[in-house]
Unconditional design. Structure first.
Length: 448
């Protein structure tokens, strides 16, 4: 018997309708006590019933509703579930929820519906994480990644690797446990090594593409840098087509990081407008400059803005040297004025007059290889937890190869093979710690 839980599943605020979700062993029985309409206990699964929610105390009507019935196990949580569609006012929705909570129903914790779906075997951990990815998707590519996770295609990728590792373990264990079994192939180190090497190659491919997926999903940190008053904030405002950053002729106006998002070529750029980097005695400005240097270190792409109406200064040259090993685009701002700078690959723009921005966007797309995004196969992993587990599986498989090269016996080699298997299983949540699961689902919104 599972406790009955309830929560508002739609965003808080006024709208056409609101939806309250209830799930649990006796969810239908309990809600039927305050429902005036057809007997919900006799209703078939996947049907909708019209009626009214009434007060448990005096029978007065609280709202006119439509009730969707989903009987176990054919529901999101694999439990009896109902979804009550009320009118979309804040007060009326809350009053219906409050009446539901007078029954043998408690308020759900954030993510508890999805957690129950996972614990009841309705979805695996990759699918559960994909639910949140779908909600938080910032661009079309992120939506594709999330939908692949929800459709079990990403999970199938991991299952195939699990099967490969398990097949190898099973063959070795037959040799160890049943040495008298004549039909079993003797699994020597010479036979195991090429299989392990092939698995490492598969892990490497998966890690590479999964890290790319993670960048596409989470966005690419892009630092806009330069000395003071070269037009960094103007560039940020021009790219996002709104005034997020303060623009003045006074050097050092930007003293903290200003962040904004730009969807470009199917992915999201996390733009960071940094404080102008120069030598200064101003304590507050110095803190901003330190944060700018840290932003450069973290950034996957650097947009280095230069004032091309003036010759390169000492600060310009230092920034060019500082970022030489980063993925970088040199931008010459103020192209409407006389040009004083000649640098290879310099993109000329005028943030003030909106000139050259299309050239800059094309260069960003080229620099990040975003032209491939439209045809990309996104069926890989996409978050830090999943990728770290694949790396663990790979590390254990590398220990298998290392052990074979050191001529270790097969019964010791199997320990690292088993560790590799468990790391893969952790991706799907086949083995898990309760604390980790609780932490993961606590990030979800109420009603999911």
């Amino acid at each position: 018997m599972s406790e009955n839980i309830a929560a508002i599943a739609t965003p808080f605020g006024t709208g056409g309708i609101s939806v309250i979700r209830i799930s649990g062993s006796t969810a239908i029985l309990e809600f039927n006590k305050i429902f005036k309409g057809p007997n919900l206990e006799k209703a078939k699964s996947h049907t909708i019933k019209y009626g009214h929610v009434v007060s448990l105390d005096d029978g007065r009507i609280l709202d006119e509703v439509m009730v969707s019935i989903f009987r176990a196990p054919r529901s999101f949580t694999a439990e009896d579930t109902i979804e009550v569609s009320t009118h979309g006012g804040v007060l009326v929705t809350q009053s219906v929820l409050n009446e539901i909570l007078k029954l043998d129903v408690r308020k759900a914790e954030p993510g508890e519906f999805t957690q129950r779906a996972f614990l009841n075997g309705r979805i695996d951990l990759v699918e559960a994480e994909s639910v949140m990815d779908l909600i938080e998707a910032q661009n079309e590519s992120a939506l594709k990644i999330a939908n692949l996770g929800l459709s079990k295609k990403t999970s199938t990728l991991v299952h195939d690797l699990l099967d490969d590792v398990l097949d190898l373990i099973a063959k070795i264990e037959v040799n160890i446990d049943y040495p008298e079994y004549d039909d079993a192939i003797e699994m020597t180190n010479e036979l195991i090594r090429p299989v392990a090497v092939k698995l490492i190659e598969k892990f490497n491919k998966l890690i590479y593409h999964s890290q790319r997926n993670q960048l596409i999903k989470d966005g690419i940190d892009t630092a806009i840098i330069g000395r003071p008053n070269v037009g960094k904030s103007s560039l940020l405002n021009a790219l996002i087509e709104e005034d997020r950053a303060i623009v003045t002729d006074i050097s050092g106006t930007t003293r903290d990081l200003i962040e904004a998002r730009l969807n470009l070529g199917g992915i999201t750029l996390n733009l960071i407008d940094t404080a102008g980097i120069r030598e200064t005695d101003d304590v507050v400005e110095s803190i901003g400059i330190d944060r700018s240097i840290e932003a450069i270190r973290r950034a996957k792409l650097v947009l280095l803005v230069l004032d091309q109406s003036n010759k390169l200064t000492k600060e310009d040259k230092e920034l060019i040297e500082l970022t030489k090993d980063k993925k970088r685009i040199l931008i010459g701002n103020k192209s409407d004025l006389d040009k004083q700078i000649e640098l290879e690959g310099l993109i000329s723009i005028s943030s003030l007059h909106q000139l050259g921005l299309e050239d800059l966007e094309r260069e960003i797309i080229s620099k990040l290889s975003l032209t491939e995004i439209e045809t990309e196969d996104f069926n890989y992993l996409s978050n830090e937890r999943q990728i770290s587990k694949i790396k663990e599986a790979k590390a254990s498989m590398e220990e298998v190869v290392r052990g074979i090269d050191l001529e270790m016996p097969v019964d010791l080699i199997i320990v690292d093979l088993t560790n590799s298997y468990y790391s893969l299983a952790d991706i799907l949540g086949k083995s898990y710690e309760t604390s980790i699961i609780d932490q993961l689902f606590s990030k979800f919104c109420l009603g999911k």
